[in-house]
Design a protein around this ligand. Structure first.
Ligand code: SF4
Ligand code: SF4
Ligand code: F3S
Length: 364
């Protein structure tokens, strides 16, 4: 991306206008570097690059969705890491957040697409209904399908925010009456990054934007198009209840003694062992908590087809009490395989993770 050719002020200028201190900004960059598992010392380079970067024009299209993804991003405490997302970009169209409506709103989208053709970022939340010509979801009289295809033409890259845009999500669940599909099924000629989750973690969206502005390209992706730095490990890999799993201590109901003692929720259907996301370390609401810490198992919301995968309260498979025996190569099935593979990977990432745990987003 050519920072010099984008039309808005630099991020540094914008932060100064907002009264955000250099100290807070450097903490943000440190948090970003750690979240992205970049080498020590990267924070300064990120800060330097971001300060000079021109804020990219962003067109945000919301299709067949519940507004949860936007709520996730906007309902955060301030000042937080998440709030800086909006300082990093120039949000030129977002029909939920913008003040303009009707003709004026659509004109701002068209103007931004024309002025920044080939350079703007296209963010999409929600799936795209394609059945019956896409008539089941329209904006300003045009189908989501039509709007997506038009906006994708001039986009430098597309960020699919949430499991609906990434994998089809709940609209795509059986019987999928509207023929809902993810963005990647319709657009094949643009870089697409999937930030899955229902909704996704705001800090992950910030991390992807920071990476794009710093390096001019999308971060490394996994085989489902998600940034590896955030989706490289399972919830189970980093879960604070993991010692109970390893000891074979499982809550049998949501109000038994095991539940009160904070034991593992595997037998209550937790999908943490097969779910890739950063909830267990990044957490939610300014680093306050995440579903398992609130007493409920992970639903697997950042994985494809999570809604159709079976009951949220049915265990994945028989739990294995001794993780070391799994790692040593004993016969395992289902979730146990994912667990064994993650053991080898965990030590590698532990250092960066520990640094992150010390630096919570609350510090901003
Ligand atoms: Fe709503 Fe979840 Fe879809 Fe986001 S991913 S729009 S939160 S249903
Ligand atoms: Fe945590 Fe769930 Fe794994 Fe238990 S099964 S350790 S609750 S992620
Ligand atoms: Fe979703 Fe599981 Fe995180 S349900 S919010 S991926 S803990």
């Amino acid at each position: 991306m050519d920072h010099e050719t984008l039309g808005y002020e630099t991020l540094g200028e914008c932060l100064a206008q907002q009264g955000i201190s250099r100290r807070a900004f450097l903490k943000f960059c440190t948090a970003m570097a750690t979240l992205m598992a970049l080498p020590p010392g990267s924070a300064a380079a990120i800060a330097e690059a971001l300060i000079k970067a021109k804020r990219p024009s962003v067109i945000w299209l919301s299709f067949q969705e519940c507004t949860g993804c936007t709520e996730s991003l906007t309902r955060s405490h301030t000042p937080t890491l998440e709030s800086l997302i909006f300082d990093m970009i120039s949000l030129d169209y977002h029909h939920t957040l913008q003040a303009a409506s009707g003709y004026g709103a659509e004109k701002s989208r068209e103007d931004a697409m024309q002025k920044f053709f080939g350079k703007y970022l296209l963010v999409v939340d929600g799936s795209v209904p394609v059945k019956d010509g896409g008539i089941y979801s329209t904006i300003a009289g045009r189908t989501n399908l039509d709007l997506l295809q038009e906006a994708a033409k001039g986009a430098a890259a597309i960020i699919a925010v949430g499991s609906c845009a990434s994998f089809g999500g709940i609209p795509n669940a059986k019987p999928n009456p509207t023929g809902a599909v993810p963005v990647s099924e319709l657009i094949k000629d643009k870089p697409i990054i999937n930030i899955s989750g229902c909704p996704p973690i705001p800090a992950v969206i910030a991390g992807v934007l920071a990476h794009y502005l710093t390096f001019g390209e999308l971060p490394e992706l996994d085989d489902l198009g998600r940034p590896k730095s955030f989706y490289g490990e399972t919830i189970h890999d980093r879960c604070y209840r993991r010692p109970f799993y390893d000891q074979g201590k499982f809550a049998k109901s949501f109000d038994d003694e095991g539940a009160r003692n904070g034991w593992c929720l595997f037998e209550l259907g937790c999908k943490g062992p097969t779910t890739h996301n950063a909830c267990a370390t990044t957490k939610w609401n300014g680093g306050t908590s995440f579903p398992i810490e609130s007493g409920h198992g992970c639903l697997g919301c950042s994985e494809p087809l999570f809604w159709d995968a079976g009951s949220f309260y049915t265990p994945l498979s028989a739990p294995t009490a001794n993780i070391e025996s799994i790692a040593a190569g004993s016969a395992v099935v289902g979730a146990g395989i994912a667990v064994a593979l993650s053991v080898a990977d965990r030590a590698k990432k532990r250092r960066a993770q520990q640094a992150h745990e010390k630096l919570t987003v609350k510090e901003l």
